[in-house]
Design a protein around this ligand. Structure first.
Ligand code: WTA
Length: 647
């Protein structure tokens, strides 16, 4: 039994949130579970600015999901930006909405709610003048500048659907997403400064959309560096926006109209475009941001994720702005100019809620405690983590060293598909245990099932499923509803399959153990093994390849590739370089293989199926526990693989 940490008094004192105590949590969770429909409808009506308030909660459900997506608040209408911006103008107009720190320490910008509102309107007018209409898809391929948030909100304001592509993706990955979404307008910037480097965003857009039907590229000038230019297609952001009006009447949308698409890796094939709605997503972003972080009026709230991932969508932009918070945006990396950067910013900006990923915590911890202790962290109250399981050692370091035992840790479990946090401590209410994401949020009904889909009761382990829809859940995969159904709802009839394994202890606390499908979690970034394999297979010398994950001290998981070369080719550092070159150009610079093992063949069943279980075990350093090998076509291959193992 691991130790339990009571919530420090600094965190419970002065909480004004709706769930300030463990008793309040229990009462709320039970009430919500008894009637999720009524619970969420009430939350939606309270937290969102509607044009037409909804009278309906959930329609449909997991069992009918193949025939039609379930819906939330279907008769409601709204424009998301009226909750995120307009409602605050009278009461918080001069409050800082976005507090931005650039690559260079101390380079800052602020946008008040009034200023943000005006910027969003200017860009909304610009988008309309570029021909963007409701339901059009707009690709955003930018760095972490305030204009990215402006772009998201401007799309929402005109009723268009944004799809952000993380700036670490390659031209080819960008191209796939432009094609799949059918976007005709792309917003980008000249370059993105990151530490000592400049990411060539505009040049990558040019390469990515060559020959496609993209009509307009709007370019924000960040560095002033030289960029290629296509006359007639490309426009400078500042030139367009400066002449645009700061007034714009937001377009009325249905609650179920899509707000955005975000592509994410799955266990097979190409990334899928996860579709999130307007009313349900916003309700969920607003509620979870409030109850998990217990955000208060004078907080400086900082989520240092990249907006290219779901964490930035929900917990840098939509959640905090819906709640009228001051949200911090960070352009650079945690180790620039040194590994004390986060705490330097905490001191300078008085950050009170800080949210990052275990991989960053481990990477910074490796540089020693001095780089933390040299800065004043007394403003901190809540420390969040997301993206992968946090090992108890890293948890304790975060708690003891960064938070000096005064802050609570919220380990938040969720996914791109879930829209927001599902399992996590509520800052003022939930005692924590190092390594556990603790308890489900109100209105969330998780369960564990075994391989056969049988529900496990009490303390147990199994596959993590959710038994009932919630408003923030993705409704479909863009253009491929069948893929949505087969990925999430076909494993276990009537249940949402998360792809994660978990354990539940005697207190009902959940301990997420990681993916059970062929998705890797590298530094908190999701990568499909199938995507990596198809990139590696483009290299001529490669005959066969299989990719698995292995435990990595900093990244959580590393990428381990088994490669069979074509006859006549030999393993070498050069071949490895070529292989990683292919990964970089097809997926992007953030992806790479950490360990290569060149093998004469892959372990296969007699029917030719690669036995990945064996490859996983070897990469995890558990070659002695391979289990039943009797179905292998050629068991001798396994011996060779075991001998050459890189771990
Ligand atoms: C993993 C990120 C353990 C998990 C928001 C999930 C976690 C995948 C945690 C989703 C956590 C996320 N503890 N594992 N607190 N948070 N994960 O879509 O495997 O990028 O399925 O969403 O990250 O990754 P995604």
């Amino acid at each position: 039994m691991s130790e339990t940490y009571a919530v420090p008094t600094r965190v419970t004192q002065g909480s004004r949130g709706p769930i300030p105590s463990a008793e309040a949590y229990r009462e709320t969770w039970l009430r919500a579970a008894a009637n999720p429909d009524r619970f969420w409808l009430q939350i939606a009506r309270e937290r969102v600015v509607w044009r037409t308030a909804p009278t309906i909660g959930l329609e449909g459900g997991y069992r009918e999901v193949r025939e039609r997506p379930f819906t939330w608040f279907a008769d409601g209408t709204l424009n998301v930006t009226e909750t995120c911006l307009d409602q605050h103008l009278a009461t918080r107009g001069d409050k800082t909405a976005i507090l931005w720190e650039g690559d260079r320490p101390g380079e800052t910008r602020t946008l008040t709610y009034l200023q943000l509102h005006a910027e969003v309107n200017r860009l909304a007018n610009t988008l309309v003048s570029l021909g963007v209409r409701p339901d059009d898809r707009v690709i955003l391929y930018m760095g972490m500048v305030p204009e990215l948030a402006v772009a998201m909100l401007a799309c929402a304001r005109v009723g268009a659907i944004h799809s952000i592509v993380f700036g670490g993706f390659s031209a080819e990955a960008l191209r796939d997403r432009v094609l799949d979404s059918g976007a005709r307008v792309v917003l980008t910037q000249d370059e993105g400064p990151r530490g000592t480097k400049r990411v060539p965003l505009k040049a990558t857009v040019d390469a990515g959309i060559e020959g496609l039907d993209v009509e307009r590229v709007l370019v924000y000038r960040r560095t002033g560096g030289e960029v290629p230019w296509v006359a007639g297609r490309d426009l400078w952001w500042h030139e367009q926006v400066s002449s645009a009006s700061p007034e714009f009447t937001a377009v009325e949308r249905g609650a179920e109209d899509p707000l955005f698409i975000l592509y994410t890796s799955g266990s097979t094939g190409k990334p899928k475009g996860v579709v999130h709605t307007s009313g349900g997503y916003l309700t969920y972003a607003s509620y979870t941001h409030q109850v998990v972080f217990d955000v208060r009026e004078d907080d400086v709230y900082a989520c240092v994720a990249d907006i290219g991932w779901i964490t930035g969508h929900t917990y840098i932009v939509y959640g905090p702005l819906a709640n009228g918070a001051t949200t911090f945006m960070f352009e650079s990396v945690p180790t620039y100019p040194d590994a004390g950067r986060y705490w330097d910013m905490v001191e300078r900006h008085g950050i009170s809620v800080f949210y990052t990923a275990p991989t960053a915590i481990r990477a910074i911890a490796a540089h020693g405690d001095d780089l933390v202790k040299r800065y004043d962290r007394s403003s901190l109250r809540v420390l969040g983590t997301v993206g992968e399981p946090i090992n108890p050692d890293a948890w304790r370091w975060y708690y003891e060293v960064v938070g000096e035992g005064r802050c609570t840790i919220v380990d938040t479990w969720w996914q791109t598909e879930t829209g927001g946090i599902l399992i996590a401590p509520l800052a003022p209410a939930t005692p924590t245990k190092p390594g556990s994401a603790t308890l489900p949020l109100p209105g969330i009904l998780p369960a564990l099932v075994n391989q056969e889909g049988e529900l496990q009761v009490g303390p147990s382990s199994g596959y993590l499923v959710i038994t009932h829809p919630w408003p923030g859940q993705a409704r479909t995969v863009f253009g491929d509803h069948e893929r949505y159904v087969s990925t999430y709802f076909s494993n276990y009839e009537g249940l949402y399959f998360t792809g994660d394994g978990a354990r539940r202890d005697g207190d009902g606390y959940y301990w997420i153990t990681g993916r059970v499908d062929d998705v890797l979690n590298i530094s908190g970034h999701r990568l499909g093994t199938a995507e990596l394999e198809s990139a590696l297979l483009t290299v001529d010398s490669v005959a066969e390849v299989a990719v698995v994950g292995y435990p990595h001290q900093v990244k959580g998981q590393g990428v381990y590739a088994y490669v069979v070369l074509q006859p006549g080719f030999e393993a070498s550092a050069l071949v490895e370089e070529a292989l990683n070159g292919a990964v970089r150009s097809i997926i992007g610079p953030f992806a790479r293989v950490d360990l290569f093992q060149f093998v004469p063949g892959l372990p296969k069943t007699r029917s030719g199926k690669v036995m990945r279980r064996i490859l996983r075990k070897v990469a995890e350093g558990e070659a002695e526990a391979l289990g039943d090998l009797s179905t292998l076509a050629d068991p001798s291959v396994v011996e060779v693989i075991k001998c050459g193992a890189k771990v």
